[in-house]
Design a protein around this ligand. Structure first.
Ligand SMILES: Cc1cc2nc3c(=O)[nH]c(=O)nc-3n(C[C@H](O)[C@H](O)[C@H](O)COP(=O)(O)OP(=O)(O)OC[C@H]3O[C@@H](n4cnc5c(N)ncnc54)[C@H](O)[C@@H]3O)c2cc1C
Length: 436
């Protein structure tokens, strides 16, 4: 006979960044023991996922759990597993939900356990796109790796130990590719990056911005192969990858291959049960979906981005944190007949590798205006870009900014000041931001 369903007032489905910040907000707003459960496929309590491609891979003093559980990434309290038990918040770990029935408010796990709820927060995040998904020849070979969760990071650490001082090929020129290339280089690998675009991070970087990072990486000894893609892999008798075959005919030797070619929001469980848009689950400004009592937060939500008056999905950690807090505040306010202001998000994204670190706020649309010194050989590089649309600054990128300067560029992206003279803006550079 099937065991009886376990019932919770609130269930967070997924145990990543958004789940951790939702738990903290529930505790802040007041939740009774036994009311809230987090159900996660992962075996550990929520943690700050960005650490996996950064501190986790350091050759010395590497970050390890419990060091980076949420909410340390935003300077908040570190929620250890004990914190959850003290609050009476149930962490149901190593539990994959394979079936969701929003009509009967029931979730079913791979092991056949069932859970019912009154309010559901969907926080399933994204999964990585794999080369095996496209049937790339040899893509199933050993040591062709991806990075999304702690198990992936552990595999990468083990491969780096097994193939010490070897050759690494990084497939993909996005921020994951850039961060992982740096990590492998710091671990003394011979690193080659491969990507099809004319420059790295083309979704955000302009050619002027990319000029700096490509030169900086080259100076660190990282080889960059652009304008082609991996079409196959060779392996030895053990099944370990030995080479990457490129579309342009070149062959790169490899002991480790890391693929960072993007993610997909995990929404398949809800298909046909809830409205979707732009690849995510459509929500209102409080992250409630088309099904009352069902919320979507973090990477899976397509929400109204008030500042630009359009529905967007954002796959960044800052939004995962803030959307979780907004949803929980809205849920609790509704219960007491109150209301909260609409979500009014300013897009924010950052990355760091080696000794460089950048931040970006706003929207990268319109004309870009590069300022500062983007010479990759500079001792202390500091440069950036404004994006100007309809005579207003709508986005700002800054490499090497101080805390104050980063706050200033955030203010600019929020205020959208008018610019009459683009050439003057270029000359003024950061001074323009300081005045806003
Ligand atoms: C390596 C890496 C580095 C990153 N670095 C940065 C960075 O520098 N800056 C930045 O802004 N963003 C960064 N990001 C993106 C950021 O981490 C994500 O946007 C953020 O984690 C999204 O939070 P989330 O809670 O929506 O999803 P996630 O944190 O991915 O959490 C989803 C959780 O749901 C679980 N889950 C999914 N399906 C099920 C199921 N069916 N049953 C049970 N559990 C399930 C997953 O196992 C996971 O625990 C990085 C991401 C990665 C992978």
């Amino acid at each position: 006979m099937a065991a009886e369903a376990r019932h919770f007032k609130y269930v967070v489905l997924g145990g990543g960044v958004a789940a951790g910040y939702a738990a903290r907000e529930f505790a802040k707003q007041g939740v009774n023991p036994g009311e809230l459960a987090i159900i996660s496929k992962e075996p550990v309590a929520p943690y700050e996922r960005p650490a996996l491609s950064k501190g986790y891979l350091f050759p010395q003093n590497a970050a390890r759990l419990p060091g980076f559980h949420t909410c340390v990434g935003s300077g908040g309290e570190r929620l250890l597993p004990e914190w959850y038990s003290e609050k009476g918040i149930e962490l149901i770990l190593s539990t994959e939900i394979v079936k969701v029935d929003l009509a009967s408010k029931t979730l079913t796990s791979a092991a056949g356990a069932t859970f019912t709820y009154e309010i559901l927060l969907i926080a399933t995040g994204s999964s990585v796109i794999k080369l095996t998904d496209f049937g790339v020849q040899g893509a199933e070979s050993n040591n062709i790796l991806y990075l999304r969760d702690i198990a992936d990071a552990e595999k990468l650490v083990a491969a780096m130990q097994a193939k010490k001082d070897g050759k690494a090929v990084i497939v993909g020129g996005g921020y994951i590719g850039l961060e992982l290339s740096a990590a492998l280089k710091i671990n003394n690998f011979d690193v080659t990056m491969v990507y099809p675009e004319p420059w790295c991070m083309p979704r955000l970087f302009t050619s002027g911005i990319a000029h700096f990072y490509e030169g900086y990486y080259a100076n660190k000894g990282i080889k960059i192969v652009k304008g082609t893609v991996a079409v196959g892999f060779d392996a030895d008798a053990n099944g370990d990858v030995t080479a990457v075959k490129l579309k342009d005919g070149r062959v790169l030797e490899a002991d480790i291959v890391i693929v960072g070619v993007g993610g997909r929001p995990l929404t398949a469980l809800f298909k046909g049960q809830v409205a979707d848009e732009k690849g995510g689950l459509k929500t209102d400004a409080f992250f409630e979906t088309s099904v009352p009592g069902v919320y979507a937060i973090g990477d899976v939500a397509t929400f109204p981005l008030k500042l630009y008056n359009e529905q967007r999905r954002v796959e960044h950690v800052d939004h995962a944190r803030k959307s979780a807090e907004q949803a929980v505040r809205a849920i609790k306010a509704k219960e007491s007949g109150e209301s909260v202001p609409e979500y009014d998000y300013l897009p924010y994204f950052y990355s760091r590798s080696f000794d460089v670190a950048w931040q970006f706020y706003g929207d990268n649309v319109g004309d870009d205006v590069l300022f500062g010194d983007n010479d990759p050989a500079s001792a202390k590089p500091k440069f950036g870009s404004y994006w100007v649309k309809d005579g207003k600054v709508v986005g700002v990128f800054l490499e090497g900014g101080s805390a104050e300067e980063n706050q200033a560029i955030a203010r600019v992206a929020r205020a959208q000041p008018a610019v009459a003279d683009v050439e003057a803006l270029k000359q003024e550079g950061l001074e323009f931001a300081a005045k806003v």
